[in-house]
Design a binder for this molecule. Structure first.
Ligand SMILES: [Zn+2]
Length: 256
């Protein structure tokens, strides 16, 4: 069985001691494609540098709503420059986060929109981070069409958000929280999403799924997300692995 981890952060310092070992172990255990996600200029650069070392790893570049405060100069040009790397498959993670930052909503929106425009210019999909900002996120996506669509990464288990995201043509990526015992509506939300529109991810090193919750996460744990979706959909884990792999290949189509 081959699995596609559509969102991980091997650019995080929590992997500094054993990054190469973990990445190789993940690959050898069947995680045969990994997207290494940037969230700031620095981490995006690092995401590409790491992806360059593995033929099965790609990268996204972008600035997340939690990393906009120290942006200076023409950051859009900087992201565009990074996106020239053939390893870059999307602009992300970008979006809105009113959980961590409530004071700069207008600035968050502006930077989200600028990066969507860049994705359109470069003909790339986007990877969205959204937290406690459902309405504003949907409003923006209705206002500016994302030509290549994209993915709601670690999608919040919110019915309205998922329905609107599907209507707009986006993919829904599920992460560790769907396995948590306190995620009461995980089954309801997973059942809302057709299997052709589901991606799976770890968001490593964060959000380890059950039964390894609380430990440092890595791509090998994506199997627990696949299993959870399989149980809810009444399918085999192999079927989920195969379909989510196909979906991820479709949305992150290579530019070369
Ligand atoms: Zn992330």
């Amino acid at each position: 069985m081959e699995l596609f981890d559509s969102h991980a952060h091997y650019n995080d310092e929590k992997f500094d001691d054993d990054r190469d070992t973990i990445i190789k172990e993940a690959y050898n255990s069947g995680i045969t494609t990994i997207i290494n996600a940037g969230y700031s200029l620095e981490s995006s650069k690092k995401a590409i540098e790491i992806a360059n070392q593995y033929k099965f790893m790609y990268a996204t570049v972008g600035v997340s709503p939690n990393d906009i405060e120290d942006l200076k100069g023409n950051y859009i040009e900087d992201i565009e420059e990074l996106a020239k790397s053939y390893k870059v498959v999307a602009i992300g993670e970008i979006g809105l986060d009113y959980y961590w930052n409530k004071e700069n909503k207008e600035k968050q929106k502006e930077i989200f929109m600028e990066q969507i425009k860049l994705a359109n210019k470069l003909d790339l999909p986007i990877v969205i981070h959204t937290r406690e900002a459902v309405m504003d996120t949907i409003d923006i996506l209705k206002k500016i069409e994302c030509k290549k669509r994209g993915v709601f990464h670690c999608c919040p288990l919110n019915r309205e958000l998922v329905k609107e995201a599907l209507k707009l043509g986006f993919y829904i990526s599920f992460a560790g929280p769907v396995t948590f015992k306190n995620s009461k509506n995980a089954a309801e939300i997973i059942n809302l999403v057709p299997i052709e529109r589901i991606l799976i991810e770890t968001d490593s090193p964060y959000l380890s799924p059950e039964p390894v919750r609380g430990t440092r996460n890595d791509s090998r744990n994506v199997k627990y997300i696949a299993q959870k979706i399989a149980d809810i959909k009444g399918l085999t884990v192999e079927e989920i692995a195969k379909q989510t792999y196909k979906n991820a290949q479709k949305i992150f189509e290579r530019k070369i």
